[in-house]
Design a protein around this ligand. Structure first.
Ligand SMILES: Nc1nc2c(c(=O)[nH]1)N=C([C@H](O)[C@H](O)COP(=O)(O)OP(=O)(O)OP(=O)(O)O)CN2
Ligand SMILES: [Zn+2]
Length: 129
């Protein structure tokens, strides 16, 4: 029977944004305390019995969050070109963390980004075999 280990860490950052072309009050500048969940999936463990060290996942996630923390997102590439929606931010984290963390055993498998306490997006991509 094949085993799957899905690890999840949680971190956060605070930043402001405006939604361009949005037909409502979110087109005005406002801020969020974003919560970021990073999931990493593996089918096997290393010699220590880990799919990936939680510390490594947290460090990479915190480093990427630091680029956005206490900033105006619309000033920061690629959000100077594309809207800083929860969807676009989740894809940004997925790609950035995949580059840093993926290895033969374990890969970033989902990003969940909470924009408010009541609304989040969960982003995944088809895994390449
Ligand atoms: N699909 C998306 N919808 C919305 C996004 C988004 O990124 N993706 N973003 C916003 C705004 O940024 C807004 O700040 C969030 O609004 P909302 O979820 O409505 O938050 P509120 O707390 O103000 O809403 P309540 O109705 O009080 O829950 C909008 N939509
Ligand atoms: Zn917002």
């Amino acid at each position: 029977m094949a085993a799957t280990y899905t690890l999840k860490i949680l971190t956060d950052f605070a930043s402001a944004h405006t939604l361009r072309d949005y037909p409502g009050e979110c087109r005005r500048m406002h801020g969020h305390n974003w919560k970021l969940e990073v999931e990493v999936t593996a089918q096997a463990l290393d010699q220590q019995g880990m799919a990936m060290d939680f510390k490594a996942i947290k460090e990479s996630a915190r480093n990427l969050c630091a680029q956005l923390d206490h900033r105006y997102l619309n000033d920061i590439p690629p959000f100077d070109q594309i809207n800083p929606t929860a969807e676009n931010l989740a894809a940004f984290f997925y790609r950035g963390l995949s580059e840093k963390l993926n290895n033969e055993r374990a890969q970033v498998s989902a990003i969940t980004l909470w924009e408010t306490e009541r609304a989040c997006v969960r982003y995944t991509e088809d895994q390449q075999q």
